[in-house]
Design a protein around this ligand. Structure first.
Ligand code: HEM
Length: 495
């Protein structure tokens, strides 16, 4: 869409400092301060749609009142994966495969999530040696460490247990692919999205990160191929029973068991595995990291969380389904995600057919729409004192709801993984919401429960909580920040 078309468009344009600001400048403004631009539009046009310029086309940002209708539209009308593929420049990053199959989504939703209780003890067992390997040896003295790097390894190894299973979960080649495909994908899109779309096919070839992404996808096929072929063979002769053998209780086996048609090609299954690593590792590592930063900045909460963890462990039920009972820890996760979400916009959809909302808003085919999720959740009408970090905000709301007569069973709506609140949208909303959020919640809590009981933390002298970094709509954290940790004497957490 050229600049004249933007001006002729019926939705007001936000983020343009002058009447005729060139399009590439508007794109740079979005790339460097997307949250401010979108927030400005949200404040000004609360009940109507507005548009902002992003390199490849305009985003139509919809008002909060349309979330329910938008989220219930079928993907044949408003496609969530079409928008994701568009955002992550699928044809340059290999992500276009999500348009061909939805198996990666349904495997997580229908196989992994219902079986989380069964894989939890295995993950907990795995965590003990992982802590020994990845955390620096402290005998009570303060030691420097890089929390991002430690959480990255923890998230990658725990995720790999569920995704590729024991054959590859500690394989350095797989871990390299699982972590670095994502990092190179983001490097590629951060650069390409600064430039006009017509340059992408040439410029992408000049980027080392582009070639690395291609290489990681190729390596995944070489590494996983023989195992996938074996599993497919067994699925064909009827000897594969993924739920009966602990070693085969993982996404790789379920994929071989359930894939149909072209999904059964070993290369496609390997590629799907890489996509699942993309969806899971950095999202969970950033949550662990931000929670640690928040708690180190608010040490008064730490003791309260430790007491909760001890109480749950020593309750008559013992360490049985404990993560659902760590209400304060859950609240801290949710507050962290409110203030430091992975993306400032969400509920992204690419319209495959024209559609008219019930309020009369018409969306033509091919339009990209989204919701200003960061601005919505941080609106004082939805979150009082939004600039204030209040780790127990949701916990108190939950306790209050429990004491309201007739409301005592309704605990889910305050949970980190809840995705049916029109004002809390970081996992999406309704049936297309992130299918991996329950797994994410589980491994984040597992890591934090052990970490908080066993260690104390401090920022380096003279420094405070590292600020979030923002590029395009993404929020992230500098990977090389250092902190101090100290082993707490006599505190061992053994699940
Ligand atoms: C804190 C961690 C995570 C966050 C914040 C997050 C967030 C999201 C969001 C916002 C979406 C898009 C929903 C929509 O279309 O409206 C999504 C989709 C998805 N997520 Fe997550 N996610 C997280 C962890 C995970 C994990 C651990 C997994 C896998 C085990 C996972 C698997 C997926 C999949 C398969 C999709 C669908 C992608 C597609 O449409 O092709 N996510 N996630």
């Amino acid at each position: 869409m050229c600049h004249k078309e933007i001006l002729r468009g019926k939705h007001p344009l936000v983020g343009s400092p002058l009447f005729l600001t060139p399009r590439f400048i508007l794109n740079l403004i979005f790339a460097s301060r997307a949250s401010k631009v979108v927030n400005q539009g949200y404040q000004k046009f609360r009940t109507r749609a507005f548009q902002v310029v992003r390199g490849e086309g305009n985003l139509i940002v919809l008002p909060n009142s349309l979330v329910e209708e938008l989220a219930t539209l079928p993907s044949t009308v408003a496609s969530p994966h079409g928008a994701l593929e568009h955002d992550l420049l699928g044809s340059y990053t290999g992500l276009d495969v999500i348009l061909e199959s939805r198996l990666h989504h349904s495997i997580v939703q229908r196989r992994l999530t219902p079986r989380l209780g069964l894989i939890t003890p295995r993950l907990e067992k795995e965590l003990i040696p992982l802590f020994e390997e990845l955390l620096p040896p402290s005998k009570g003295e303060w030691i420097e460490f890089q929390p991002y790097q430690v959480f990255c390894q923890l998230a990658a190894r725990l995720t790999a247990h569920a995704i590729v299973g024991p054959a590859f979960c500690n394989d350095p080649v797989w871990l390299d692919i699982a972590i670095n495909y994502t990092e190179n994908l983001f490097k590629t899109i951060v650069v390409l999205r600064l430039l006009p779309s017509w340059t992408h096919s040439v410029v992408s070839r000049l980027l080392p990160s582009y070639w690395k992404c291609q290489g990681y996808i190729r390596s995944s096929k070489v590494l996983l191929g023989p195992k996938i072929r074996e599993l497919l063979g067994r699925s064909e002769d009827g000897s594969l029973a993924p739920d009966s053998n602990e070693d085969e209780f993982n996404v790789l086996t379920w994929l071989a068991f359930l894939a149909k048609g072209s999904e059964r090609k070993p290369d496609n299954i390997a590629h799907t595995e890489v996509l699942l690593s993309l969806a899971s590792i950095h999202t969970t590592l950033l949550r662990m990291l931000n929670v640690l930063y928040d708690l180190t900045a608010h040490p008064e909460l730490l003791e309260e969380l430790r007491v909760e963890i001890y109480q749950v462990a020593s309750s008559p039920e013992g360490w049985n389904k404990p993560y659902d009972r760590l209400y304060k820890l859950d609240s801290v996760l949710r507050e962290s995600q409110r203030m430091s979400p992975p993306s400032t916009i969400g509920i992204k959809r690419l319209f495959k057919t024209p559609y008219t909302f019930q309020n009369g808003l018409h969306i033509p085919k091919g339009t990209y729409v989204c919701m200003p999720v960061y601005a919505i959740e941080n609106d004082p009408e939805h979150t009082p004192n939004p600039d204030l970090y209040d780790g127990l905000r949701s916990y108190r709301a939950y306790m209050q709801s429990q004491s309201t007569p007739g409301n005592s069973n309704n605990s889910k709506e305050f949970q980190f993984s809840y995705a049916n609140d029109p004002n809390v949208l970081n996992f999406g909303y309704g049936k297309y919401a992130c299918p991996g959020r329950f797994f994410a919640s589980l491994i984040i809590k597992m890591v934090l429960a052990k970490l908080l009981v066993e260690y104390d933390f401090q920022f380096l002298p003279g420094t405070g909580r590292p600020a979030n970094l923002e590029v395009h709509e993404f929020l992230f954290s500098w990977p090389w920040n250092k902190m101090l940790l100290r082993r707490r004497e006599g505190s061992t957490f053994s699940f």
